[in-house]
Design a protein around this ligand. Sequence first.
Ligand SMILES: N[C@@H](CCC(=O)N[C@@H](CS)C(=O)NCC(=O)O)C(=O)O
Length: 340
Amino acid sequence: MSSANPGKGYSRDSNYITTRITADGQDGFPVEPGRYRLVVSLACPWAHRAVIVRRLLGLEEALPMAVAGPTHDKRSWTFDLDPGGRDPVLGIERLQEAYFARDPGYDRGITVPAIVDVPTGEVVTNDYAQMTLDMSLEWTAHHRAGAPALYPPDLRAEIDAVNEEVYTDVNNGVYRTGFAGSQEAYDEAYERLFTRLDLLSERLERSRYLVGDTITEADIRLFTTLVRFDAVYHGHFKCNRQKLSEMPVLWAYMRDLFQTPGFGDTVDFDHIKKHFYLVHSHINPSGIVPLGPDPSGWLEPHDRAAMGGRPFGDGTPPGPPSAAETVPARPAPAQAASHS
Ligand SMILES: N[C@@H](CCC(=O)N[C@@H](CS)C(=O)NCC(=O)O)C(=O)O
């Protein structure tokens, strides 16, 4: 949920539908390939986590994905990118229909990501934090060969601790900054955000990834916020002490991840900018979507491989995305972009 709170700080509606899809089906929804549909927006940082984890683990066929258009109104996300404006599998025009199928009186945010049970058309869960962990731990029977361990038992306590700080100060911190309803609330959120980014930068000066020497859930959660930083948070949310591209360690860390299969190839800057600048009309009443920044820098060398680390641990990188899931607007290499 996204709303400014005049005179106050921003508070997130974190009441979720917490039913879980598990290997043992404890909540009545067992892991079953092809039974569920992951509904995302490529604009949304919370949904983006699920997009990346699904791809790194090779769950594309077991858990098919529906992509909503980048903007939504009060009646929720729509499938306006699909022929006839309907999701071809669920047959619905708006994600709201799947929430109402679950609970006709549903009165909270119609949010992405959501996983829908295809046979009944009902939302099973919109609990994004649990969703990616369950993809790692409950969908193992359908992982690709070489799928990385994104939430390994021996690193879990440390991953959880990093995630907690990153959630409060960075993932949600950018929203607390952008949707602050008072100067005091803005100042406080801004300070917390950049203090945390400084600490993360120190950590990442010593270590290629956030926890251990491989990519984990912690990196994915930081990536999905920082990849939006210069395109939306710096201007639209007034998170403007520096741009990401002016914070050398974080910028190199992010280019490293961006250039890793499963990360940059899931980023759609067009959807990201349209969503934030058009949907939050209270903080951008003109509805003008900025043309910049130039994304070509994402493909510049990062030199982080010299720090060591094994991106996929004992696993392997995922192959390229399927044609249907290839993000159209990839940043062009710098030379190609300069005079086009
Ligand atoms: N529901 C979660 C995260 C998901 C979320 O906020 N998704 C946004 C897009 S980035 C959304 O679907 N917003 C639609 C709405 O709130 O009506 C939360 O607010 O903590």
